[in-house]
Design a protein around this ligand. Structure first.
Ligand code: GLV
Length: 308
């Protein structure tokens, strides 16, 4: 009945402590100290090991320790093995803070003001009220919905787009490829929180930027693979986009000398928008194990066909 943890060992030690408190009857091990491999029933991994099923023949649930699962090769995982993502409140909270910070920074022209400060320029810009500012979220899963809820009290005009249709109070929602142009045309600030799949790779490209209002800004906090980097540079240079806050990159870290490092219209952070929080993640894991034992549907179970 062992739970095996395979990711950063420092955080693993925190998980071990929480398991000792909350599930003292379940042996907890940190990779590479796997113990008897046939006893491993649950694996929590950022990157799963090769030969997963040969190595752990009695595995019952594979947990991704992140919100995303794009780092997993789904074709290498047996169909019967549930793969569960971290649908846990700790990740949502970090993302709500990060995106709120980024929206306010773009709304209040922080990037040009930082640039002006570097050049010792003291010059104010016209204030746009939040009621005039249209903020849209691409991807309305746990994170997209949490972010919209946090943004609501500021009074922005909020909208959201998702693959399949969703209703969210106080938010204009759009769905499917056919409604994407209408959604994009109404986004002064676009926030990308999509999962990375074959369908969404490279979606933040010239064609999409051209459909935003001129001077719109971008927040990219899902995965680096969404962004066509050259297209972003061109859109910033032409003025089609006015700024970008980027937390995710491909590859990470961004290579030395890359133009994003010093671009005055780009604010870059090193994939820190949000992280799985051990306290809440362990609750999610233990709840999932309980549900699995009781034959209930698993929250955060990945649909192999959709790819998230
Ligand atoms: C981080 O990027 C995550 O997937 O949780």
């Amino acid at each position: 009945m062992t739970f095996l943890y395979k990711a950063d060992p420092v955080r693993g030690a925190e998980w071990a402590e929480l398991f000792a408190q909350k599930a003292s009857d379940m042996p907890f091990r940190i990779w590479p100290d796997v113990g008897p491999a046939e006893e491993v029933r649950y694996l929590g991994a950022w990157l799963p090991p090769d030969n997963l099923i040969e190595t752990f023949p009695n595995l019952e649930i594979l947990f991704s320790l992140g919100a995303g699962i794009d780092q997993f090769d789904l074709s290498a995982l047996p169909e019967h093995l549930p793969l569960v993502r971290m649908i846990e409140p700790g990740i949502a909270e970090g993302m709500m803070e990060y995106v709120t910070m980024a929206v306010l920074a773009l709304h209040r022209d922080l990037l040009p003001y930082i640039d002006q400060q570097r050049r010792a320029v003291w010059q104010g810009m016209r204030l746009v009220t939040s009621a005039q500012r249209r903020v849209g979220v691409l991807g309305l899963g746990m994170l997209g919905q949490a972010v919209l809820e946090k943004l609501r009290p500021f009074g922005f005009q909020l909208s959201g787009w998702s693959r399949s249709s969703r209703m969210i109070e106080g938010v204009d929602t759009y769905s499917g490829v056919s409604e994407l142009p209408l959604f994009l045309a109404g986004c002064d600030i676009l926030i990308c929180l999509l999962p990375l799949t074959d369908e969404t790779r490279g979606v933040l490209n010239a064609e999409l930027f051209a459909q935003l209002p001129r001077g719109a800004a971008l927040i990219s906090a899902g995965r680096g693979g969404h962004l066509q980097q050259d297209d972003l540079l061109a859109a910033l240079d032409s003025g089609q986009l006015s700024g970008a806050v980027l937390d995710v990159m491909e590859p990470e870290p961004l290579p030395v000398g890359h133009p994003f490092w010093s671009h005055p219209k780009i604010l870059l952070t090193p994939h820190i928008a949000s992280m799985t929080r051990p306290e809440t993640a362990v609750d999610h894991v233990l709840d999932t194990i309980r549900r699995h034992r009781e034959g209930l549907p698993l929250i955060g179970a990945v649909d192999r066909m959709r790819g998230y």
